[in-house]
Design a protein around this ligand. Structure first.
Ligand SMILES: Cc1ncc(COP(=O)(O)O)c(C=O)c1O
Length: 396
């Protein structure tokens, strides 16, 4: 009889020739269990999604309640659907006034697409500025603004009028004309470059450049949002508010959903010239919205965010070894820097073998990702770090 593994390899499109291929049967809280019953601690949250843990009971309950009412009813934006309305209300209560209107979509990439379209429509301009080693998604528009040439080259021509600048270089804006620029798109904490936080000075300059040039500042918080960095959204660390905020991943509590968020006035532009300026069949699916609101409430009610700095500190205190060149990041969005991909991969493979799942980054293959569910306990941090250190000792 053909095994699941064979079907996976033969009848499912592969994205690499070396898929991890763990066969997971169930997941719960911090842990995944494979078909042989082996238990793995999840240090990556698949990726930065399971912020409230796998199958949090309150998220599961919200999904079940919604299943009993309705599934899909109509394309996004026509009917008044309570799960969407309640999620929009929760977000507007927890975000600044300038971000009081949400457009729900299916994914992070689609949130970026919607934000770029909105910026072009509002400014009437065409140029988009983004940054080296940024990752904004895999659809054509999101790929066009990505900051890694290797990742893009095979798919050209991409969107025209994209300028990719140096991340964290505020100086370069002194001699730069942005009069044709519709928007500047930036991750406040870059994820796939190996976790690089923006400096406050850099984001302040971006804010001023946008203010002075009728240009919109877009923050991609698809990876850094939903509590991961010790604030609900990372921009709160900087006290700099974007014109458009893109979120996805962790907001769904494990269900697929994203959003681009701006002011009611800005969003109104999507209703005219042309009307239906962005449309989606499944965006804001009622079950995903119900799960998302439950996940945000869990973050709030279980006070998962305020204790993140202490958890970050514990990781930083325990993970000390000469082979660890640096620990970068904020909260539970961390990278352990090693000296080579070969060493990093060996360490990661040993960790997985010993029951701790981690990986490297899309554009930084010599650093290890630490992005566990936010509910990881002190005891579990000790256990995870012991396994990581043991793997490091084995390979260094
Ligand atoms: C910062 C950032 N932006 C956008 C995306 C794309 O999101 P999605 O995979 O949901 O399309 C990702 C995904 O990893 C991301 O990390």
């Amino acid at each position: 009889m053909i095994t699941q593994r064979q079907v996976f390899l033969q009848h499912m499109a592969q994205t690499t020739s070396f898929p991890l291929s763990l066969e997971i049967e169930r997941a719960d809280g911090m842990y995944l269990y494979d078909t042989s019953g082996k238990k793995y601690m999840d240090l990556i949250s698949g990726i930065s999604v399971s912020n409230v843990g796998h199958r949090h009971p309150k998220v599961v309950n919200a999904i079940q309640l919604q299943l009993e009412k309705y599934l899909h009813l109509m394309v996004y934006g026509e009917y008044i659907q309570s799960p969407q309305v309640q999620l929009a209300q929760w977000l507007s209560k927890h975000l600044p006034e300038a971000l009081n209107c949400s457009y729900f979509v299916n994914s992070g990439s689609e949130a970026i697409e919607g934000a770029l379209k909105l910026a072009k429509r509002l400014t009437g301009k065409t140029e988009i500025i983004s940054f080296k080693n940024a990752y904004h998604g895999s659809t054509m528009g999101a790929l066009s603004v990505g900051g890694n040439e290797n990742f893009k080259n095979a798919f050209r021509p991409l969107l025209p009028d994209i300028r990719i600048l140096e991340f964290n270089n505020a100086e370069q804006f002194k001699s730069l004309s942005v009069k044709n620029t519709a928007c500047i798109l930036v991750e406040p904490i870059q994820g796939e470059s190996g976790i690089i936080p923006a400096t406050k000075e850099f984001l302040s300059v971006l804010r001023s450049v946008c203010d002075e040039n009728n240009c919109l500042l877009i923050f991609d918080e698809i990876q850094s949002g939903a509590g991961r960095t010790g604030k609900l959204f990372a921009f709160e660390h900087y006290q700099i508010v974007p014109d458009i905020l893109c979120i996805a991943k962790g907001m769904g509590g494990g269900m697929p959903i994203g959003a681009f968020i701006s002011s009611h006035q800005n969003m109104h532009a999507l209703t005219n010239n042309p009307m239906l300026g962005h449309i989606t069949t499944f965006g804001g699916h009622p079950v995903s919205c119900a799960a998302s609101k439950a996940a945000f409430e869990v973050l709030e009610q279980e006070a998962l965010i305020s204790i993140i700095p202490a958890k970050e500190k514990l990781f930083r205190t325990l993970l000390v070894h000469p082979a660890i060149k640096e620990i970068r990041g904020k909260g539970l969005m961390l990278a352990l820097q090693f000296d080579s991909f070969e060493r990093n991969k060996k360490i990661i493979d040993s960790c997985i073998e010993n029951g701790v799942i981690t990986d490297w980054f899309l554009f930084c293959d010599n650093a290890m990702r630490i992005a566990p569910p936010l509910l990881i306990s002190e005891q579990e941090i000790h256990e995870a770090c012991a396994i990581i250190l043991q793997a490091i000792k084995q390979h260094c």
